[in-house]
Design a protein around this ligand. Structure first.
Ligand SMILES: Nc1ncnc2c1ncn2[C@@H]1O[C@H](COP(=O)(O)OP(=O)(O)OP(=O)(O)O)[C@@H](O)[C@H]1O
Ligand SMILES: [Mg+2]
Length: 350
C-alpha cells in the first residue's frame, strides 16, 4: 500500500534506501536518551499521533525493544500498530513524544538509520509490469550502500530465502497476495540489517507460508538481527517472539517477555472426577471462580498464585470424599492474558 506523503523513502515497503546516506556502523549510536537504553534498538517516550480529523491513533506510547529480541507488537485491527511503525520509520511525524531507532532520533535521522533497517510495511509497493526478480533488483539499486557487482547474487539469495525462486520470472501483477508479501519480505532481506521491521508479515499467507515466514524470522534473529513484527495473531507471537507489547485503542497495555506476559494469565484448574457436583462445591469454596462443569470434569480460573492455593484445594477435595482422577493447571496463554487485561476478546475493532 502506498504511503501518501512519505518523505525521503523510496517506497512503502522496500528496504528503505535513502539517497543521502552513507554506510554507518552500530558504533554510531550516540544519541541514546539514557545510558540504560544503549542496548535498546527502539525506544519511544510519550509517542503520540493524532491524525487530521482528530483520530488519536497512538496515545502516549512508551516502548522499549531490546537488542537481539524478536519483539511482537500485538493488537487488534485499528489499535495503532501501523501508525507506530510509520512514525518509527520516519514516514510520518509524531504529534508529540520522541522515538529513537538504533540510538538515533526519528524522523530526524532517517538518512543514517534507514539503511541499517529492513522494513516491510502494510504490503509491498511493487511495479506490476516487472518480474519479481526485477522488482528486487530495483529495490537493491535504490540502496546506496548496495554494491552493484554483487546485486545478482543478493537478489537470487533473497528470492531463495522467501521461496520465490520458481516464480521469480513472473510479472509481479500476476503474483498472489501471499507471493507479493514474500517479495516484500525478500526486499527487506537483501542486506543483513541490524533491525528488521515487519508489519503483519504473514498477512495473506497460507498456513504453510506462515510456518516458512516464522522459520525465516527465527533464522534472521539467530544471525543477530533484532526483529520487530506486528501481528494480530496471538499464537503467532507466542510461537516466534521472545518479547511482546500489547496495544489496544492506541495505548500500550503491557510489554515484557512473552513468558512474563503469559504468566500474567492465571491458569485454569482442571479436576477430572466422576463426582462433578461435589467437586464443584469444594472448588467454589477455595479460590476457584468461573466454574465450568463438564462430563467427568470441572474447571475454573484461579484467583491466586497456583503454588499458594493448589495444596489446600487438593486436600479439601480428598477430605470431601471426591474421587480425584486428575488434577492439574492448564497453562495460561497470551490470549488469556489479553482477555484478563482488557476484559474483552481479542478481535475487537479499535
Ligand atoms: N492516514 C490516516 N488518517 C486518519 N486516521 C488514520 C490514518 N491512518 C490510520 N488511521 C486511524 O488510526 C487508527 C490506527 O490505525 P492503524 O493502521 O495504526 O492500526 P493497526 O493496529 O495497524 O490496524 P490493523 O491491524 O488493521 O493493521 C485507526 O482508527 C485508523 O482508522
Ligand atoms: Mg496495520
Amino acid at each position: 500500500m502506498a504511503v501518501p506523503g512519505a518523505p525521503a523513502v523510496s517506497s512503502a515497503s522496500s528496504a528503505f534506501s535513502v539517497s543521502s546516506s552513507t554506510s554507518t556502523t552500530s558504533s554510531a549510536s550516540t544519541a541514546s536518551p539514557a545510558s540504560s537504553g544503549a542496548d535498546d534498538v527502539i525506544r519511544t517516550s510519550g509517542l503520540t499521533k493524532r491524525f487530521r480529523g482528530g483520530q488519536l491513533a497512538v496515545d502516549g506510547l512508551d516502548l522499549t525493544v531490546p537488542r537481539g529480541s524478536v519483539f511482537g507488537f500485538l493488537g487488534p485491527n485499528g489499535s495503532g500498530k501501523t501508525t507506530t511503525i510509520r512514525m518509527l520509520m520516519g514516514l510520518i511525524a509524531p504529534t508529540a513524544g520522541v522515538a529513537t531507532v538504533l540510538g538515533e532520533p526519528m524522523p530526524q535521522s532517517v538518512g543514517t538509520v534507514l539503511p541499517r533497517v529492513g522494513a516491510l510495511i502494510e504490503g509491498p509497493a511493487l511495479y506490476g509490469f516487472l518480474s519479481g526478480r526485477d522488482n528486487l533488483a530495483r529495490f537493491d539499486a535504490a540502496d546506496p550502500t548496495a554494491d552493484p557487482r554483487t546485486r545478482r547474487q543478493r537478489v537470487t539469495e533473497a528470492l531463495e530465502r522467501v521461496g520465490l525462486t520458481a516464480a521469480a520470472g513472473k510479472k509481479a501483477r500476476a503474483y498472489s497476495l501471499g507471493m507479493k508479501q514474500r517479495l516484500g519480505l525478500a526486499s527487506a532481506l537483501l542486506q543483513p540489517r541490524e533491525l528488521l521491521v515487519l508489519d503483519e508479515p504473514t498477512n495473506g499467507l497460507d498456513p504453510q507460508g506462515m510456518r516458512e515466514i516464522r522459520a525465516l524470522v527465527r533464522e534472521v534473529a539467530a544471525e543477530g538481527t533484532t526483529v520487530f513484527l506486528s501481528s494480530h495473531l496471538l499464537d503467532e507471537i507466542e510461537q516466534v517472539c521472545t518479547h511482546a507489547a500489547v496495544m489496544s485503542r492506541g495505548r500500550l497495555l503491557v510489554q515484557g517477555t512473552v513468558a512474563e506476559l503469559a504468566a500474567r494469565a492465571q491458569g485454569r484448574l482442571v479436576v477430572r472426577t466422576p463426582d462433578v457436583a461435589q467437586a464443584a462445591e469444594v472448588l467454589a469454596a477455595h479460590h476457584v471462580a468461573g466454574l465450568q462443569k463438564g462430563e467427568g470434569r470441572v474447571d475454573g480460573g484461579l484467583d491466586a498464585p497456583a503454588d499458594d492455593v493448589l495444596p489446600g484445594i487438593c486436600a479439601a477435595l480428598v477430605a470431601a470424599g471426591v474421587r480425584v482422577h486428575g488434577f492439574g493447571v492448564e497453562r495460561g496463554t497470551l490470549e488469556d492474558a489479553f482477555v484478563a487485561l482488557t476484559g474483552e476478546g481479542f478481535d475487537v475493532a479499535g
